[in-house]
Design a protein around this ligand. Structure first.
Ligand code: TCR
Length: 522
């Protein structure tokens, strides 16, 4: 009898233990209101990660009350255009009678707020669905593929997580060469070329014009430091001498930046590469202007070659003639109209629209008039009447990468649907079940996807998930209104044999100081 009781008690205790353990692991990760999401239903859902805002406002973590939901600030018009481009591309695929004819694509897009932990939080939520608890044993994901993230720092964090579950991730903006490592990032692909190819292109440019005495300046981050490091190694092998190697500090300390500009002058180098993000380049050129250092032929890295911050009248005196490689652009028919069709009436599915509207028109939707002196937004404001970075479709480079990413996913799905049994994933295996596509199956098809889009450009990925590296060679020329015009004067095509990679239309280049003669480096 005693033994019998013991067994019953043990059984009950183990039940309680299992229950509490389950309860513990099943804690809710997020509340629905925590993370705003742009959503549209579809047969197959595509996840999206974009830094719609520039920063996260830290919640109060004093542990004396429940922390508020995370809030982000600084709505970014450029990224907002990228988000709309993803939606545009998905709607275009849905209307296409040939591509995925009987299937509708839906989407769930989250804001990673330019912050790695927010990006990770968004990725986890994408995988699990907002209302569901996070559990270790749930292996199917609410989305089989994610488009994003933007910056490399964010993509690296997200890719470590998604990679574990073999959820394919297609980035439109993360160019760090480190992401080509498939041991670390097995499910990561991208439509932006790796920076490795950019440095290769820059080295060939230097060689092409016979420059032998070149100065280099880097921004103090992975982008600048890594870029310059590979450039230096390559260029020195070709017998080019480095006049100096400077690093622009992130705090833009005036005395340090002034020293760098003095060093440029002292070196007598006439050709200088600046491999940095536009903000750091801006700090440097501000000082170059102040010291009135002219006559330098600047070579730009991709991050600032089409930067609106620098292509102004003010800087044109020193920066005219600059050359550098930019990601390819395209004119996407219908996109402009789509961008202008954003309206507050769509806010239910797109919770970021009210803020976008308020920022664009300087008005407020707040009913409580006491807290704001801005005019009330009526909804009849006219988007077409304002010109801003959001609706500017003249430089669709990253937007075009977003567009390509959506099409890569659509074509991979199409290939998956066309799979015939006995010709499935493995030599003679069955085909995936359409109604429950597993992320790893889609990853397989994405790796081998290959198609030519309506602009005649082919998209495919190499064994590292990298696209074919094609860049436009851009030259800054002064337009009639005093502003800078980005003129395409050549092309770098990484697929070509070495001698044919770089194609330059040298006669069309106008060098620094309004010269047509190629500058010499000494
Ligand atoms: N990919 C970079 C960030 C970046 C950037 C830019 C920032 C690229 N191009 C232009 C500002 C302006 C390319 C990344 O994080 O991978």
């Amino acid at each position: 009898m005693d033994t019998c009781w013991l067994v019953v008690v043990c059984f009950l205790r183990s039940m309680i233990f299992t229950f509490s353990l389950k309860h513990h692991t099943a804690c809710k990760l997020t509340r629905k209101s925590d993370i705003p999401m742009i959503e549209s239903e579809g047969d197959i859902m595509v996840g999206g990660l974009f830094s719609i805002h520039d920063t996260v406002l830290e919640p109060d973590l004093s542990f004396t009350m429940e922390p508020d939901a995370t809030r982000c600030s600084g709505l970014n018009f450029r990224t907002f255009r990228w988000v709309q481009t993803m939606i545009f591309a998905i709607e275009e695929v849905n209307k296409d009678g040939h591509l995925l004819p009987n299937i509708t694509l839906g989407y769930k897009i989250y804001d990673s707020c330019n912050t790695h932990f927010q990006a990770l939080r968004a990725a986890v939520t994408l995988m699990n669905g907002q209302d569901e608890p996070i559990t270790v044993y749930k292996c199917s994901s609410s989305v089989p593929v994610v488009i994003g993230d933007g910056g490399s720092t964010l993509s690296i964090v997200v890719a470590r997580f998604l990679g574990v579950f073999h959820v394919p991730q297609v980035s439109y903006f993360s160019s760090c060469a480190c992401l080509s490592n498939k041991k670390e990032f097995p499910a990561f692909l991208r439509t932006i070329p790796s920076d490795l190819f950019q440095t290769d292109a820059l080295v060939q440019l230097v060689q092409h014009f016979g420059w032998t005495w070149v100065g280099v300046i880097a921004g103090d981050d992975d982008y600048g430091r890594r870029g310059v490091q590979t450039f230096n190694e390559e260029v020195q092998r070709l017998g080019v001498c480095l006049a100096f190697h400077e690093i622009v500090p992130k705090n833009h300390a005036p005395d340090k930046v002034a020293k760098i500009v003095k060093a440029i002058e002292a070196s007598r180098a006439k050709v200088v590469l600046v491999f940095s993000l536009e903000q750091d380049a801006h700090a440097l050129f501000w000082e170059v202007l102040r010291q009135n250092l002219t006559g330098i032929q600047w070579i730009a890295s991709e991050a600032w070659i089409t930067a609106s911050l620098l292509s102004t009248r003010e800087f044109s005196r020193i920066l005219d003639g600059s050359v550098g490689f930019a990601i390819r652009r395209a004119d996407i028919p219908g996109l402009k109209e789509f961008l202008l069709s954003v309206h507050p009436s769509l806010s239910q599915k797109h919770p970021f629209i009210p803020e976008f509207w308020e920022k664009t028109f300087g008005c407020s939707f707040q009913r409580d008039r006491g807290s704001t002196d801005k005019p009330v937004c009526t909804g009849s404001e006219d988007l077409a009447s304002v010109s801003n970075i959001y609706s500017d479709v003249t430089q669709l480079r990253i937007s075009y990468n977003v567009y390509k990413s959506v099409y890569a996913v659509a074509h991979a799905l199409q290939d998956l649907l066309e799979c015939k049994d006995d010709n499935g994933l493995f030599a003679s295996g069955p085909c995936p079940n359409i109604s429950s596509i597993e992320p790893w199956q889609l990853l397989h098809y994405l790796k081998y996807v290959q198609f030519t889009n309506k602009f005649g450009e082919e998209t495919k990925f190499d064994e590292n998930g990298d696209p074919t590296a094609i860049y436009d060679l851009i030259n800054w020329q002064k337009a009639a209104d005093g502003f800078v015009e980005f003129v395409t004067v050549g092309k770098f095509d990484g697929t070509q044999p070495l001698a044919k990679k770089l194609e330059i239309d040298a006669e069309r280049i106008i060098w620094n100081g309004n010269q047509t003669q190629v500058p010499t480096s000494v």
